[in-house]
Design a protein around this ligand. Sequence first.
Ligand code: SF4
Length: 352
Amino acid sequence: MVRTITTALGAWFQKSQRSLPWRGVGDPYAIWLSEVMLQQTRVATVIPYWNRFIQQFPDPAALAEAPLDEVLEMWAGLGYYSRGRNLHAAAKQIVELHHGSFPRDPQQIRQLPGIGEYTTAAICSIAFDEPLAVIDGNVERVLCRYLCLDGDHRKGAARTLLREAAEAALDRSHPGDHNQAMMDLGRTTCTPRSPDCRACPLASGCGAYASGDPTRWPLPKVRRANEEQWWATAVVVTRQEVLLWPNCGELLNGHMGTPMVRLDGPDGDAKFELLRLFKTLAIDAPELIGHADRFQHSITHRKLQVSPLVYRWNRSIPEGVKLLPFDAAHRVPALHRKAIDATKELLLETTS
Ligand code: SF4
């Protein structure tokens, strides 16, 4: 039954595929970058990031040579920073173990940091025409609906059925195009809340469409409850700049940022906890200018309430600390950018 998907989808993709900068290049490194960036992020957001990355780091060797904080600075705004860290670690591994050439063997690709089954199948099929079926959230949705697959497709018998269907539907002569078509269809037509079944090339064989209630599939994921947390951050400033420390706390480990400390709760003593944090950074506490407005920030299942305390720095800059001009806050992760934005407002109020 799923074989009917193959031809219908092939014709649709030829007609309607989007022109994207990483399409048709055949370079596994470029495809890998795009696949990692596209996880949890929209295509329109990814395009400028991908262009900048490829220009700055045109191959694995260039990426491996760059300092991690430079890579993370380029990543700022894409979120899920572990992906940026893994890209860097994988590039180093490609240089060390494969002389800088992206490996062709799926087993070797799978062993690179941050590369799972999905990314391996995407790179191998698109760059090397390997007949490996990609299964991401978009493909799962299309197949669950097409087959009216009941039960939780993430485990057990339903998972096996879904995998078998993905393999059976795969166009083995054009696996790269097929996989991209499946993902595109899920992204653009068979969307989670409002599938455009009338425009779908699979409509004639789709069980969910025939049922009249296509969004009944797939079984929704049980969402983890959000945990509320309270944090304080020290925004230490000179006249024009903010001091950024490396490893500024457990939240965005590996980034340069404003040091952060977790509080007991909404009434936690931010000033006291930051004084303790300064001690661990081996510096005397700078002069406190004031409390900027508390802001909210979400990281996966955590909802953070962050209190920025603003300090004046008029000593020499400690080793390992970087200076960031106030107008370059876009270069740091959103969490730190919000702290800097709140600080700018406080400074404007105190000087006006
Ligand atoms: S017909 Fe509708 S439900 Fe079925 S695959 Fe196409 S868009 Fe999805």
